[in-house]
Design a protein around this ligand. Structure first.
Ligand SMILES: Cc1cc2nc3c(=O)[nH]c(=O)nc-3n(C[C@H](O)[C@H](O)[C@H](O)COP(=O)(O)OP(=O)(O)OC[C@H]3O[C@@H](n4cnc5c(N)ncnc54)[C@H](O)[C@@H]3O)c2cc1C
Length: 399
């Protein structure tokens, strides 16, 4: 058989992009990831390399200076980047979601003003729904926008913004009391522009500092305080006529892209864990034979490989569905659920195969052990994925 996680039916262009990114991961990411991650250092050189390759514009339409590639290409690129280091895929993830939101739901002026700069990576995007008091339950957000003449004034606190500091535009979901019957019809997404960095990065908008995390280091995750931030109507995603009260639905569309991304990340980390384990199992000798010759270890490798194939297939299916213009909430949920749960299992098995050395910071598997759990949480926990999947299934199979 071929190596794991092959994807049938790719175009010449897709294959060439993936070959380039894989080589980049091998030469420019993997050799530096451990050092950068342990130092929690922003990977500036790697980002420069990605900008040179045009990766920030991968999915942005050619008319705005991007490469106009599909969600599938994006997902497979994310898989390669995460095989190198998950934090690198984190840097592009919220950027892609925001670029997608603007492409799908933005006004012509928003597209014209932001997408060309996003395609070069000059402007990078962050995505903000969560708050200190809520993550899974988006309906409970409290940050508010209130009209003041032709402007809106925003007040509140947001939590867990990946790329909160180095981004220049934050797609931010807030409450707008419009008198709609459903709580979901009273939410609006604003495109908040700011300077990159920490402190007061736009009048009234403060990025206090980065949250110290267990893993997923190098990429910053922050809070965002909005204290009387005043923005014109044109900051509403899609403009007031199309966008007011549509924020929740727009964000859910974006998060389907994010879920495919998380599934792809999980595949990338699993592939790397497998590579490390399968190499170690052939080198380390116990009881007169390499580990891989002991059936208990060989069976672990078999199970790991099978899980990777299943997760990759589901992830590719979810990406292709979204590319065909259909909603993929259930499929993206399934891909995210399976890939992240399998990733945690595959990484744990790779860790065990390493014996004591897996616990040493000198070995890459130590980092993967701290990264894999995040995938069970980000873009909706496994429980939330099961809620979405079961709702979709019950609708399809309604008696
Ligand atoms: C490193 C990191 C980066 C992040 N980046 C971003 C970002 O860029 N933008 C952003 O908006 N958010 C971001 N998040 C937030 C993330 O999306 C939330 O943490 C996640 O959605 C879970 O929300 P919560 O932490 O509030 O957990 P809670 O919603 O409080 O859930 C706690 C636990 O209860 C379970 N649970 C909750 N409700 C139910 C239910 N109805 N039934 C069964 N179980 C339930 C959950 O599955 C979970 O296990 C990030 C989080 C982290 C850790």
């Amino acid at each position: 058989m071929a190596r794991l996680a092959q994807t049938p039916g790719l175009t010449e262009v897709q294959r060439s992009i993936l070959d380039t990114v894989r080589e980049f991961a091998d030469k420019e990411i993997i050799p530096h990831a451990q050092r950068l991650e342990h130092a929690d250092e922003y990977p500036a050189d790697i980002i420069d390399g990605m900008r040179e390759m045009g990766l920030f514009g991968l999915t942005i339409a050619e008319e705005y200076g991007g490469l106009g590639e599909s969600l599938l290409t994006y997902a497979l690129v994310v898989e390669e980047l995460s095989r190198g280091w998950m934090s690198i895929s984190g840097i592009v993830n919220t950027h892609f979601i925001v670029a997608y939101l603007i492409s799908q739901h933005g006004s012509p002026e928003q597209k014209q003003s932001l997408l060309p700069r996003m395609a070069t990576g000059e402007v990078r995007g962050a995505f903000s729904m969560s708050e200190p008091g809520c993550g899974s339950d988006v309906s409970a957000i409290r940050t508010k926008a209130v009209r003041s003449g032709d402007n809106f004034v925003l007040n509140g606190q947001k939590m867990w913004l990946t790329n909160g500091a180095y981004s220049s535009v934050v797609a931010t979901l807030v409450k707008t009391d419009l008198g709609a019957d459903s709580v979901y019809g009273n939410m609006t997404t604003f495109l908040l522009e700011k300077e990159p960095g920490f402190g007061e990065t736009a009048p009234g908008l403060t990025i206090p500092g980065k949250i110290d995390k267990m893993g997923y280091k190098g990429v910053e995750t922050t809070e965002m305080v909005l204290d009387g931030v005043t923005v014109p109507e044109s900051a509403v995603l899609g403009g007031v006529d199309a966008g007011l009260g549509r924020g929740f639905y727009q964000m859910m569309d974006g998060i389907e892209v994010g879920r495919v991304n998380v599934a792809a990340r999980a595949c990338g980390i699993s592939i790397r864990a497998f590579e490390l384990a399968v190499a170690y199992a052939q080198q380390r000798q116990t009881f007169g034979a390499p580990l891989a010759r002991h059936q208990a270890i060989a069976f672990k490798l078999a199970e790991m490989g099978t899980k990777i194939e299943a997760a990759h297939a589901l992830m590719v299916n979810a990406a292709r569905l979204k590319d065909s213009g259909q909603r993929n909430d259930v499929e993206a949920g399934m891909a995210k659920l399976l890939a992240s749960e399998y990733c945690a299992e595959v990484v744990q098995e790779a860790f065990r195969i390493h014996g004591g050395y897996g616990y040493s910071k000198e070995y890459e598997i130590e980092r993967l052990m701290r990264e894999a759990p995040f995938l069970l949480i980000g873009e909706g926990t496994s429980e939330i994925q099961k809620t979405i999947i079961s709702r979709g299934l019950l609708k399809q199979y309604k008696l």
